[in-house]
Design a protein around this ligand. Structure first.
Ligand SMILES: Cc1cc2nc3c(=O)[nH]c(=O)nc-3n(C[C@H](O)[C@H](O)[C@H](O)COP(=O)(O)OP(=O)(O)OC[C@H]3O[C@@H](n4cnc5c(N)ncnc54)[C@H](O)[C@@H]3O)c2cc1C
Length: 244
């Protein structure tokens, strides 16, 4: 809400629930049509559409050179949060620094446990029952997806097992919190990670920003809180101004 007030005080207008469906390049800039038929015109377009950023880049006629492969991060929470007073994290695996079940005490006093990461069957696939055949087909058609499957199937099999079996998930938690029982864990809301994957299967782990005429595409934005969102915002603004 504070960010919204600051933006509006500087002259920005924010349209909520306005899905961009068409992007047209013009000599003076970019025209965008939203699902409700509105047309918006701008001298520069900044695409920061998260799970849909590669799709938006292609709508603008640009080849992003990557695809978003969605991974669902599944979580539990502790029924008795007094078992954990701080943060309990494993030593990260350098190949997957963002993975590995860990326990995080939140500012509300609750303890969040996860993520267990599995391929999502849709970009907004927040459960196994959410399947979008076109999106799944596009993921399978990207060579990088097969390269990930080939290189990381063993790791992925463990994640799938923990997704389907609460007992297996509990075993993983017990390595960090030996006292925990299956009955201490309650399902919590999942999240979907917009993993940018290059054609050769490289999992992009840094910011990836590409530019084209009158557009700046933010194609990977990992952990803004772990880095610093203000310098990144400045960098995107600098690049947008350069496009003018
Ligand atoms: C489970 C999970 C846990 C995480 N934990 C942390 C953490 O602890 N710390 C941390 O720093 N980061 C964390 N992250 C990462 C963080 O959430 C992302 O890095 C960040 O949200 C990326 O920001 P973004 O603005 O690029 O994309 P998003 O936040 O995804 O925003 C994209 C926006 O674009 C909109 N959009 C998409 N398509 C269209 C369209 N066609 N038209 C109009 N609008 C559109 C969407 O509605 C959305 O509002 C976590 C991510 C996940 C999945």
């Amino acid at each position: 809400a504070v960010a919204q007030q600051l933006a509006e005080a500087s002259g920005a207008s924010i349209l909520y629930g306005a899905e961009v469906t068409v992007i047209d390049r013009r000599p003076w800039g970019v025209a965008v049509r939203t699902a409700d038929g509105r047309i918006l015109r701008a001298r520069v377009l900044v695409n920061c559409a998260g799970l849909h950023c590669d799709r938006i880049a292609r709508l603008a006629g640009d080849d992003p050179g990557m695809r978003i492969v969605p991974f669902r991060g599944e979580y539990y929470e502790l029924a008795d949060p007094s078992l954990v007073r701080g943060l309990v994290y494993p030593v990260p695996d350098p190949a997957f620094p963002f993975l590995g079940v860990h326990l995080t005490r939140g500012i509300d006093g609750g303890v969040h446990i996860g993520p267990n990461a599995v391929p999502a069957l849709a970009r907004e696939g927040y459960g196994w029952s959410v399947v979008r055949p076109r999106e799944l087909g596009a993921t399978l058609a990207w060579p990088g997806s097969w390269a990930i499957a080939r290189d990381h199937w063993r790791y992925g099999a463990g994640e799938l097992r923990r997704s389907l079996s609460k007992r297996a998930f509990t075993e993983a938690v017990r390595r960090l919190l030996p006292v925990v029982e299956e009955s201490d864990l309650r399902r919590a809301a999942p999240g979907v990670r917009a993993q940018a994957v290059l054609r050769d299967g490289t999992l992009v782990d840094d910011f990836l920003i590409r530019e084209a005429a009158r557009t700046v595409h933010v194609l990977n934005a990992p952990s803004p809180a772990a880095t610093a969102s203000l310098p990144i915002g400045r960098e995107v603004a600098r690049r947008a101004l350069e496009r003018l």
